[in-house]
Design a binder for this molecule. Sequence first.
Ligand code: 6PG
Length: 478
Amino acid sequence: ASADIGVTGLAVMGSNLARNFARHGFTVALHNRTTAKTDALVEEHGDEGNFIAARTAEEFVAALERPRRLVIMVKAGEATDAVIQEFAPLLESGDVIIDGGNAHFADTRRREKELRERGIHFVGVGISGGEEGALNGPSIMPGGSAESYESLGPLLERIAAKAKDGTPCTTHIGPDGAGHFVKMVHNGIEYADMQLIAEAYHLLREVAGYSPAQIAEIFTTWNTGRLDSYLIEITAQVLAHTDAATGKPFVDVVADQAEQKGTGRWTVQIALDLGVPVSGIAEAVFARSLSGHGGLRAASRDLPGPSVATLGEAEAAAFADRVEQALYASKIVSYTQGFHQIQAGSETYDWDIDLGAVASIWRGGCIIRAAFLDRIRSAYDSRPDLPSLLSDKQFSDEIGAAQDDWRSVVATAVEHGVPTPGFSAALAYYDALRAERLPAALTQGQRDYFGAHTYRRTDREGSFHTLWGGDRSEVSTD
Ligand code: 6PG
């Protein structure tokens, strides 16, 4: 046995990850259900490092040095369970199974528990950065026992992306499902970021009358400032692209129905269970599903909207600056909500997640990588018990400075009939958090009226009920 690590499941993500390990000097055992993929990888990329091609599960396991480190890169769900069933009986106590798929963290918790009882470490690893990241350096979010990280961490730190200051974009997130949970929230934030960028584009197009090529330039400029991020950068490239067949902007020939594989939806489902208001992420998921309802949209096309003229050239430039403010402010809210969810998950499942470390490993390699994350890292590093990102002085100052423009953009969107659920939800969240009093008091009154659900008072301890159907006197219900 001489392989440092093994990868089973050699579709693009698996192959690229295997090559990344090999390029960093690790000997990598390869396995795939059909051996053709294994052969093709060795044939095409064998010169990049040391590979051991295994034909069977037994050969694969025999090739691995102990404690064995075996990475599963198959489609999340039943395929993962099937592969675990296949390999677990061949492993020994202390060996480590690593699941690099986009698994649901609840599945990871279940698998970790089952394998722990058999003496095997199970590490659920969120990997972000797509195919390119897997090959050249992804952001890696491992969850599992501290002991498993001792054996696996040094390898992951080698292959992970490096932040600008050289820090590897991986860290031990926490026990069992913590890594996959954090990856799930990463994807939720990814959905929100994408939705906010899409809304900015839509406004620049519909309200300001800019062409996709002009908007590409605007995004390129934004990318040199505080919005500097991978998603803004690729947005500019997508918008600048022309369809070869028609000569039209690419974005005008793509069907406007956004798809999703489900991780954004999971984020919202889990947030509902945890009671965390991730309204920006939820709006992003709903915006994708709304776009997909082709029949409903066709049936609604004749609904009346406002008739407002597109802005003139001089106003358009000023409007674009305001959109940048609105986008940045809404982005702060998305991250505030996402980090709140991680904090809540960490408390519920006893994961003890270091939020500053999460921000740190998202600085490079992953889809949401951005200059902004370095600031989130320092906010949490200087105050790990920060109640919310919005309590950080720098972020609250910035959002305060942006708020007038943000409000104006949302108002303009409403006037022009351009849907901005992300911007609007983020602003509503901000205003709700700021509010001295919320109408939730009225909600409590209604609940007490129709269901005797009781309420608490601002001036006295205890719980109370008003005899709504009787003389309307108040009774204490403690
Ligand atoms: C990443 C991405 C990756 C994948 C998404 C796409 O971090 O590298 O998030 O995991 O591209 O799952 O998600 P949708 O198909 O749901 O948009």
